[in-house]
Design a binder for this molecule. Structure first.
Ligand code: MG
Length: 204
């Protein structure tokens, strides 16, 4: 399986990244070795001094498809979870400034903590109004709503599937709202959709 991540999908985050609004969804991939499951601890990697969280709604692909029209895209996922697009921001900045690819900053082992539980789409009343967020040590540090996405789920699936066949079990991280920031050893992270806690982990 593969993990497809959408970048620059919330205006507030684009501002904090000093970037500009893209014309089409921007995506990159993480390998399956990036997934950190079951609330296992996240060990702070020794190659970065600035590890940041990006809290994102995650679609799990439930059907094989390619060149999917936006009209039919909602048939290709049945569950939504939450994930953290962990980013070695110092490495990303260094690579960006040289115009180099920055996979190294986002694709490393355990760079994609994933909720144990996913919520069936049938239990979500409005896909365009999903509240989600992240607390660190009991304080909310990031909060978003799918209403604020520049490219919605259907547009993302349609666009990505023009280039890459989507397979059952693939994950799509749909972008982070504003409020990204660092984690430190000892932090306890809790990510949620609505009032449902889906992911809890400690940084060690
Ligand atoms: Mg991200």
């Amino acid at each position: 399986m593969k993990i497809i991540c959408i970048g620059l999908n919330y205006r507030g985050h684009i501002v904090e990244m000093e970037s500009s609004v893209p014309d089409v969804p921007v995506f990159f991939l993480k390998p399956d070795t990036a997934i950190l499951r079951e609330n296992r601890p996240l060990f702070y990697p020794d190659f970065t001094n600035r590890l940041e969280y990006e809290t994102e709604l995650v679609l799990r692909i439930s059907r094989l498809g390619r060149s999917i029209s936006p009209k039919f895209a909602s048939r290709y996922f049945t569950e939504i979870g939450i994930g953290l697009d962990m980013t070695a921001r110092d490495l990303q900045k260094a690579h960006r400034s040289k115009g180099l690819p920055w996979e190294v900053a986002k694709s490393f082992d355990n760079a994609a903590p994933l909720s144990r539980e996913f919520i069936p789409v049938s239990e979500i009343s409005d896909l365009k109004n999903i509240e989600f967020g992240l607390d660190i040590n009991g304080t909310t540090v990031q909060h978003g709503n799918s209403a604020d996405m520049i490219f919605g789920f259907d547009e993302i699936i349609s666009y990505v599937s023009k280039f890459i066949t989507l397979k059952i079990g693939d994950l799509i991280f749909t972008g982070t709202p504003p409020g990204v920031g660092p984690v430190h050893v000892g932090d306890k992270l809790r990510a949620y959709i609505g009032n449902k806690t889906l992911l809890e982990l400690e940084v060690k």
